[in-house]
Design a protein around this ligand. Structure first.
Ligand SMILES: *Cc1c(COP(=O)(O)O)cnc(C)c1O
Length: 452
């Protein structure tokens, strides 16, 4: 009998998070303030607890995971590593396909890995209210759950188009005790200013971030939590890749290529960074971020300092960006509709340490359905992006008769995304290539600072 699932014991949950900066060939570019000068930790203090700010700028290789956080991880971690025997057979590929399944968390994705850590450090510093944004609702659910565990009340600004498309994600957040608003709202200055220009605004992650940041910055008892992009968020997600390394070691396998969907970069960083450490030590595993052609941040964006939000309230980060005023097409992978990308992932892409590909929407649903029919699990639309890229590679291996080992992060399940699958079945989904003129236009609206 060949093994399908590789399981670890709870005692094998990682004890430390891995900080990829410790293996960077060049130091990371500093965040800048509105005056174009590097900011110090105090600039972030109105929004984040000091422990997270320290992680944001840390160059330590290993950061200890607090016992309280590891105990909560035990509810669903270690997550299983699967060998996709049935998908390999369906494709007729000589490639071996493995995936790590993060959909077993209570919220259904990888996002609680950082939500729990962020709620913990906020509670430690005496904070009892958090604001945040959410696109498809995965992050809002994760933080609502984590807030509930530490007695923190959570207010979520949910991108309006998703609020309308995914009502049960809202119900889940409410079940875990969060207040949820369709963004743009009329309860913040940021929201009101957007509505004044466009009363029918579908919202965007950038706008929802502006609203959440404004609320947190204007109240002493309230902090802000971000579900991706920032260094500390990617740090917390490295439990995924570390577990995968142990699981591969158990069965004497090792990946040639790793794929993950890439929105803000957190599940990609989570799975790929620990393997980057292997590369730094002499291995040669290709790390591939997969993004939508409709929001092609890494593959077609500008590498420049830009804001993290639409109204320009956050510090400037050097990143690949489509422009902070980017209003994404209403594609269905809500979690991948962000204008920018993690500064760490961006720098690694710029320096040729990782790869990126963009895939069109309809092909991602085709891939997700092929996967579900072979492996059973119905993937989140975001995860379908990685599956598309893996299937494409597995089919190339079939042509060339190569026995590569392919590994991807199945970042979440799609149980609350069935309306999107329905649109695929009824032929209502469209492919949307982000137009070149919009990419050019974004360049003109970038904040003016000396480029890094
Ligand atoms: C949020 C999300 C993503 C993308 O976000 P990253 O920050 O790039 O990880 C991918 N998959 C799922 C299921 C998500 O919820």
């Amino acid at each position: 009998m060949t093994q399908t699932k590789v399981l670890l014991d709870e005692s094998e949950i990682p004890t430390h998070w891995y900080n990829v900066v410790s293996d960077f060939p060049n130091p990371p570019a500093p965040p800048l303030g509105p005056d174009g000068q590097p900011i110090g930790p105090e600039a972030l203090a109105p929004l984040f607890p000091m422990a997270l700010i320290e992680q944001e700028v840390s160059v330590e290789r290993w950061i200890k995971i607090p016992e309280e956080v590891r105990e909560i991880y035990q509810m669903w971690r270690p997550s299983p590593l699967y060998r996709a025997h049935r998908l390999e057979k369906a494709l007729g590929t000589p490639a071996k396909i493995f995936y790590k399944y993060e959909g077993i968390s209570p919220a259904g994705s990888h996002k609680p890995n950082t939500a729990v850590a962020q709620a913990y450090y906020n509670r430690q510093s005496g904070i009892n209210k958090l604001t945040t944004e959410t696109g498809a609702g995965q992050w809002g659910c994760a933080l609502a759950l984590a807030g509930q565990m530490f007695g923190i009340s959570v207010r979520v600004f949910m991108v309006k188009v998703s609020y309308d498309q995914k009502p049960f994600r809202r119900s889940m957040m409410q079940t875990w005790g969060a207040d949820v608003f369709a963004s743009p709202t009329d309860i913040t200055n940021a929201g009101r200013s957007i509505l004044a220009d466009d009363p029918d605004s579908p919202g965007s992650l950038g706008i929802a971030i502006s609203e959440a940041v404004e609320e947190a910055a204007s109240r002493d008892d309230t902090n802000y939590a971000l579900g991706s992009v920032l260094n500390h968020v990617l740090l917390h997600q490295t439990v995924i890749g570390q577990e995968a390394q142990k699981q591969f070691a158990k069965i004497g396998e090792y990946p040639d290529m790793i794929f993950a969907p890439c929105g803000g970069g957190s599940n990609f960083g989570g799975v790929a960074f620990p393997f980057f450490a292997d590369n730094a030590a002499g291995k040669n595993v290709r790390l591939v971020a997969v993004e939508p052609s409709s929001c092609p941040t890494l593959t077609r964006g500008h590498y420049a300092y830009d804001f993290g939000d639409t109204l320009g309230m956050t510090p400037l980060l050097l990143q690949y960006t489509l422009g902070h005023d980017f209003i994404p097409p209403s594609i269905h992978a809500g979690g991948l509709r962000y204008h920018g990308d993690s500064a760490l992932v961006s720098q690694m892409y710029k320096e040729g340490l990782i790869e990126a590909v963009a895939v069109p929407q309809i092909a991602t649903f085709e891939a997700g359905i092929t996967f579900a029919r072979a492996e059973g699990i119905i993937p989140a639309p975001e995860s379908n992006h990685a599956i598309r890229a893996v299937i494409d590679e597995a089919l190339r291996c079939k042509e060339s008769a190569e026995e590569k080992t392919l590994f991807f992060n199945l970042s979440g399940h799609g149980h609350f995304d069935m309306a999107s699958y329905d649109m695929y079945f009824s032929g209502e989904l469209v492919d949307y290539e982000y137009p070149e003129v919009e990419i050019e236009r974004a360049l003109h609206n970038l904040p003016k600072v000396a480029a890094g």
